[in-house]
Design a protein around this ligand. Structure first.
Ligand code: SF4
Ligand code: SF4
Length: 434
């Protein structure tokens, strides 16, 4: 049923990914010397521009500007189509006081992507937007466990619903865009991108393939795990399968058919507006991708494979949110070319962030509502029943103000996004020089 493939090569490919991701994580924690060691080990397995880029970040963190420039220049020499690299090197030239070289990199960066003139705003909005529409939240839920008054419990429920209005609902959606499904293409075996199949999903896939009279060998691959702890860390523990004496992990096969240069040019950015570096000429589609849709997305009552749910690009994510908010419907999105949607997604991201998520009055009302409820909970817990109801009245006024303003702002967003779609025929705005 399944084809066994060279474990050694795959183990090494996974090790390269492990070392790169650990190096990036250590860099994020400020442990630059350890990061450099990990990244150099990754390079000794395979020299990749994204590892050189990460290495330059580690040297920069360490304060070694010369080495940082050396490494980012290597990344650029290996791939001169990534605006992120020019942006980072431009910043490094500025740190060094070399304005002339910074200007040259700035021009190259903007030639590759005019939106880099607003990159700080875009990356800030992307962070805020992702947080607002994700299941995780930095706001601690209000503790209603000891609340006695029913009216207060109901108010806490409505506040929690408002607070979660954005969250969770978009994360498990399938992208419905006119896209060649970049997120289902891989430049290495899918397992090196973290695409493993757990036992429940595997059983559902096998049943599905049998019903469809499709051969498992065309869709499934398995890798025997050597027990190397660092490789095991890359696989969800409940995705490993015991077969006789062997511990294996299943993952999707890849089909033939690389992405053309023309298609690659319209590649979207990731959710943080960084280039999707694994999407390159060597990328091939996942075997479960058919007619731009995933055949196994909902099989076995599981929405997608765990890692597939995180692969949304910024364009896909913003478009799913636009549909969820009722700002624009799926059909409109589906009939728009991906190049256009990439641009609309950036503008819509900035609009929704400033007009809904970070709007100062909406933020103020949200804070007031929370403060009033916290006070009411405290009074209720202390048995001061009479003090709770005036606080609830004030809460109710703040909530009405919030909802009224939210509805007005949403109308404003709908109009602004509509204009973006109507303006598609217009030429893009000239790039600002930063
Ligand atoms: S999430 Fe992005 S890359 Fe994936 S299919 Fe949708 S538009 Fe394409
Ligand atoms: S399993 Fe489905 S969603 Fe995941 S990469 Fe393959 S086709 Fe895409």
């Amino acid at each position: 049923m399944t084809k066994r493939i060279g474990n050694k090569t795959l183990d090494l490919a996974m090790m390269e990914k492990y070392l790169h991701s650990q190096g990036a994580a250590l860099c994020g924690e400020g442990r630059f010397d350890e990061a450099i060691g990990m990244l150099r080990d990754a390079i000794s397995i395979e020299d990749q521009p994204y590892t050189r880029y990460q290495l330059s970040q580690a040297y920069l963190g360490k304060g070694d500007l010369e080495k940082a420039i050396e490494e980012i220049s290597r990344a650029i020499a290996m791939n001169n189509c990534i605006p992120d690299y020019y942006y980072e090197r431009k910043e490094m030239w500025l740190l060094k006081g070399d304005v002339k070289k910074a200007r040259i990199d700035n021009e190259k960066m903007l030639r590759l992507d005019k939106y880099y003139s607003r990159i700080r705003d875009i990356q800030h909005a992307a962070r805020v937007f992702r947080q607002a529409f994700s299941t995780s939240t930095s706001d601690r839920p209000l503790d209603a466990t000891r609340v006695r008054q029913r009216a207060l419990r109901e108010a806490i429920d409505t506040y929690t619903q408002l607070q979660q209005a954005f969250r969770g609902n978009v994360e498990y959606s399938t992208c419905t865009l006119p896209c060649p499904s970049y997120c289902c293409h891989f430049s290495g075996e899918t397992v090196t991108h973290g695409l493993s199949i757990g036992p429940w999903k595997l059983r559902a896939i096998r049943n599905f393939l049998r019903d469809q009279k499709l051969a498992g060998k065309d869709f499934l691959r398995k890798m025997k795990l050597s027990g190397e702890p660092r490789v095991l860390q890359l696989i969800l523990p409940h995705h490993t399968v015991r077969e006789g004496d062997d511990l294996v992990v299943y993952f999707p096969a890849r089909h033939k058919g690389s992405l053309s240069n023309a298609i690659l040019r319209s590649a979207p950015k990731d959710i943080h507006y960084k280039s999707l570096v694994w999407i390159n000429k060597r990328a091939k589609p996942c075997a479960f991708l058919q007619d731009r849709r995933c055949m196994i997305h909902d099989l076995g009552d599981e929405p997608g494979l765990p890692s597939c749910k995180e692969f949304l690009c910024m364009t896909g994510f913003v478009s799913v949110v636009l549909d969820y908010l009722g700002v624009v419907n799926k059909e409109r999105v589906a009939s728009t070319a991906l190049e256009d949607l990439n641009q609309i997604a950036i503008e819509a991201l900035l609009i929704i962030t400033s007009e809904l998520i970070e709007h100062p009055d909406l933020t103020k009302h949200r804070k007031t509502m929370r403060t009033l409820l916290k006070k009411a909970i405290k009074e209720d817990n202390q048995g001061n029943k009479n003090l709770v109801s005036p606080l609830l009245k004030r809460y109710s006024i703040a909530k009405d103000q919030y909802e009224y303003l939210f509805a007005a702002q949403k109308e404003h967003v709908i109009k602004a996004v509509e204009e973006l779609f109507l303006g598609l025929a217009s030429p893009p705005p000239p790039a600002k020089q930063s």
